[in-house]
Design a protein around this ligand. Structure first.
Ligand SMILES: *Cc1c(COP(=O)(O)O)cnc(C)c1O
Length: 357
């Protein structure tokens, strides 16, 4: 994995310009797709425009909570906390997203024990049907907010929602306005304004350049948009970003002319599937030393557009390089742009080395 720190930092600048300057929101940058890579998190923690560093795993935040504190920022746990991790949560994390009163009570108890105040973002489900209190149960949400407000050990920091994850529901002015509405009623009930109304992830940022973001949304949580430059609502490029700040590179270990159809009776491949092949005659086949244990092969796009990915197994990937102008040879490397899933898998594989340029 080649991480171009300058390009990544300039992607951060670009999403900050949109989110903060144009949108008037605070910005949480999400570190989970790179498994909280220390070098990248250091850059983010030191970046003057980044307000919070967020991740879905306590184990990841544990790797950088010192950097966050040293730079006067705060860490945010995105996934609802597990009951079994509350001690570490209170110790290493400043803010967490929550939807269960029983968990929030346990956090408050632990925070009192550790002499801390833990901040809570109460999640509202607007219909994507992953986490959050269901938006139709408005009374229950207002009661929960009031109960958190009255508790010692925790502070109601804000309200939030998450979309385009499970249900693939696209954030719009109308559904986000429901969150703003509920947040307004919460503020009236507790008699003060909330620090953040968090309007979602990289699928929400397009609303700012379309000038359709509800006024009251005051925060976004962004991962894919600064890592890969993707608006994840409609697949546009986030203005000012590049898609090649992070690349995957692998080496050719065999390069031979062979038929495109396997010879013999076809059984099942290494993953139990019966493969289908296209007869292209004799082709130039390159084998790379990378496989499904390291990346999601279907989520890679070769920078050399004349390369065709044929498939792969656990440790190998096979390319058709017949149509390439470049004369590849054994030992050459081939570069790919990863999609989100391929990036996540590569960052998680201990076999993929990271190189920073
Ligand atoms: C992963 C995650 C994000 C960031 O999502 P991107 O699509 O990478 O911007 C934001 N919020 C929550 C709750 C998440 O789980």
């Amino acid at each position: 994995m080649i991480i171009d720190m300058k390009k990544l930092e300039s992607n951060v600048d670009a999403v900050a310009k949109i989110t903060k300057e144009d949108g008037g929101c605070s910005m949480m940058l999400v570190t989970k797709a790179l498994c909280a890579d220390r070098n990248v998190c250091k850059m983010l923690a030191e970046h003057p425009q980044v307000d919070f560093l967020a991740d879905s795993r306590v184990a990841n935040i544990k790797k950088y909570y010192d950097l966050v504190a040293a730079n006067g920022k705060q860490s945010v746990l995105l996934r609802l906390p597990m009951m079994s991790e509350i001690q570490d949560l209170v110790k290493y994390v400043d803010i967490s997203q929550n939807s269960e009163m029983v968990t929030i009570k346990a956090i408050a108890e632990e925070a009192k024990k550790q002499g801390k105040v833990h901040r809570i973002i109460l999640m509202v489900d607007l219909g994507d049907l992953r986490e959050g209190m269901f938006f139709e149960n408005e009374e229950a949400i207002l009661d929960a907010a009031a109960e958190i407000e009255a508790m010692e050990g925790v502070e109601l920091f804000g309200m939030g929602t998450n979309l385009t994850c499970y249900g693939a529901i696209i954030p719009k002015n109308d559904n986000l306005s429901v969150l703003c509405d509920i947040a307004g009623k919460v503020e009236a009930r507790i008699g003060r304004s909330l620090e953040v109304i968090s309007g979602g992830n990289s699928s929400s940022i397009y609303l700012i350049w379309k000038e359709d973001m509800p006024e009251k949304i005051s925060n976004l949580r962004l991962g894919e948009s600064f890592l890969l430059g993707n608006d994840t609502a409609y697949g546009e490029t986030v203005p000012g970003t590049v898609h090649d700040a992070i690349l995957i590179e692998a080496q050719i270990i065999e390069l031979k002319e062979k038929p495109s159809l396997p010879i013999g009776e076809v059984g099942k491949d290494a993953f139990g599937n019966v493969p289908e092949y296209e007869d292209r005659g004799v082709i130039k086949r390159a084998i790379l030393g990378i496989g499904k244990q390291d990346v999601d092969i279907d989520g890679l796009t070769p920078l050399d557009e004349q390369i065709d990915i044929l498939g792969g197994s656990s440790d190998h990937m096979i390319l058709d390089v017949t149509g390439c102008d470049r004369e590849y040879k054994v030992g050459d490397t081939v570069k790919f742009r990863p999609e989100y899933g391929a990036l996540l898998k590569a960052a998680t594989s201990e076999y993929v080395e990271k190189e920073y340029i």
